[in-house]
Design a protein around this ligand. Structure first.
Ligand code: ATP
Ligand code: MG
Length: 498
């Protein structure tokens, strides 16, 4: 059968997509031709007949290559779906293209040439081609077609994996909130090392920042999860309204805290009373304050004034102002100056000791037993910037360490946030008594190690993307936070005040 002809300019587009889009210079060109066809078919009006004229002829492509015409079933990558394409075009043009090879070829050529031009005008060579595909070809389509998109992407991924000597079968793909999770089955166990070592090359090949692609555990034998982030314009948002929905559920925990959703969209919550203390660290702008709001608002929405008090220390003086209106703040105000902070920490230590004496008198062991006899509120102590505080006065570490060591049974819990997770800020004694760690994005893997005892936080995506290490878990859990803002805070305060 006759061939599909394209112009020299068309051929250049194919070469460009192959080298800058696929980033595999030897990938088969038919892939680009098929994408061009798909792109053209998304346009409702038929391609112009003017496309039949080719001024500077490029080259011809056999139908065998374009649609797999005449290929046997078993040839890898070369299934014959010529009939399917012919049927598609027949429906599109409302004419029976099985009746005329010539007409079929002519229309197919027009579509491919139009599609190539569309690619040239809408895709910029500097941009990520996979994202372009998602946006241009597959958005708003039914799931069947979305699967087609995935098929193209998986081809690219498998090629890239082959380049780092990893032969994998994709068992499953899940679209998460900010990333896509590929479950890869590795038949050869040695390929796991290749994969671990080759992650930054893989990121490079797929046009992502160096640390962007990460591995996570999968329960199935021989399977590992490859997490590939999407670009921010394709993130789903974790709506702050999720916090409200979650707060309305029943909560068996003593101090339930909602921090966002896991990679695949499950609510993530923990019990601060069980923690019993938390360190929250990350670079500037990584989302610490927003995360603190989520934590505080969870408690405001699920607890009452009789059961809970907040002790707030904000050396920056700007971040926790909204809570100054709370009816039962410990000490009556948000501590800002070093002196106020020092006094508040001393008072907290005194409260802890007074409670311990009271427990002895009452003959009870801890706040849970004491609460059965008399009402004692738990106290959540939030320090908005630990490094600033300790820089102003190193001595403040002493009361903090004492609280971290002994306050648990008296119902006093620390939440310490810091921008600089260095050894000086988060020293030995404080460190060993604060088991729950939340790492937002940091600059260097050494900072991640200080927070989590392992690397990983340097690969986070920022804006509330975090790794949470709970006391009883070895592997941190990745959670995406919600952007809790002024209006949610105001509502939570109102609810608590009632
Ligand atoms: N969960 C989130 N979802 C979307 N955007 C977020 C989220 N968390 C934070 N952001 C964005 O990042 C910005 C910075 O967040 P935030 O103020 O919490 O950072 P920070 O770590 O406290 O920074 P700093 O150390 O400078 O105080 C926010 O204003 C918001 O635009
Ligand atoms: Mg902040």
């Amino acid at each position: 059968m006759a061939n599909i002809s394209i112009s020299e300019e068309d051929e250049n587009i194919i070469l460009q997509v192959r080298s800058l889009g696929f980033r595999t210079p030897d990938a088969a060109k038919y892939r680009v031709l098929r994408l061009a066809l798909a792109k053209s078919l998304r346009i409702e009006t038929p391609p112009e007949s003017g496309l039949d004229t080719i001024e500077k002829k490029g080259r011809d492509y056999d139908l065998e290559v374009v649609t797999g015409f005449g290929k046997s079933e078993n040839e890898k990558g070369f299934h014959d779906f010529d009939d399917a394409v012919r049927a598609l075009l027949s429906v599109y043009h409302q004419e029976d293209l099985f009746a005329s090879d010539q007409e079929y070829k002519k229309l197919l050529q027009r579509h491919i040439r139009r599609g190539l031009r569309e690619i040239r005008t809408s895709w910029n060579a500097g941009h990520n081609f996979i994202n372009w595909l998602r946006e241009e070809l597959f958005q708003g389509l039914t799931s069947d077609n979305a699967q087609l998109a995935v098929a193209t992407e998986t081809d690219l991924l498998l090629d890239a994996l082959a380049e780092i000597s990893v032969h994998a079968a994709i068992r499953d793909i899940k679209q998460g909130i900010r990333l896509d999770r590929y479950a890869l089955y590795l038949a050869n166990i040695n390929h796991l090392d290749n994969l671990k070592k080759g992650l930054s090359k893989l990121s490079f090949r797929l046009g992502l920042p160096e640390n962007a692609i990460t591995l996570s555990g999968n329960k199935e034998a021989g399977v590992v999860n490859l997490d590939i982030p999407r670009s921010p314009e394709h993130w789903k948002t974790v709506a702050p309204a999720r916090l409200n929905e979650w707060a309305d559920l029943p909560h068996p925990e003593k101090l339930p805290v909602w921090l966002g959703q896991t990679v695949l969209g499950e609510n993530f919550n923990m019990d601060l009373a069980e923690a019993p203390h938390v360190l929250l660290a990350g670079a500037t702008g990584s989302g610490k304050t927003v995360c603190l709001h989520s934590l505080i608002c969870s408690l405001l929405k699920t607890q009452s004034q009789e059961k809970l008090q907040f002790a707030l220390i904000d050396p920056k003086g700007t971040e926790l102002n909204a809570y100054a209106k709370l009816p039962n703040l410990f000490g009556g105000f948000v501590a800002k100056s070093t002196l106020e902070a020092a006094n508040m920490l001393d008072e907290l230590v005194e409260t802890m000791e007074a409670r311990n004496r009271l427990f002895v008198e009452m003959g009870v062991r801890d706040i849970d037993e004491a609460s059965k006899k008399s009402a004692l509120p738990r106290i959540v102590v939030v320090v908005e910037e630990l490094a600033d505080l300790l820089m102003q006065s190193r001595e403040l570490e002493t009361p903090l360490v004492r609280l971290a060591q002994k306050a648990r049974s008296t119902g006093i819990h620390l939440v310490l946030a810091t921008q600089r997770p260095d050894a000086a800020t988060f020293s030995g004694l404080l460190r060993s008594n604060i088991p729950v760690r939340i790492a937002l994005r940091v600059q260097k893997h050494t900072e991640s190690s200080i927070i989590l005892d392992q690397k990983g936080a340097e690969a986070l995506l920022g804006k509330g993307d975090m790794l949470i290490k709970l006391t009883d878990q070895l592997e941190p859990i990745r959670v995406h936070g919600a952007k809790i803002g002024d209006s949610e805070i105001a509502l939570a305060i109102q609810k608590f005040g009632r």
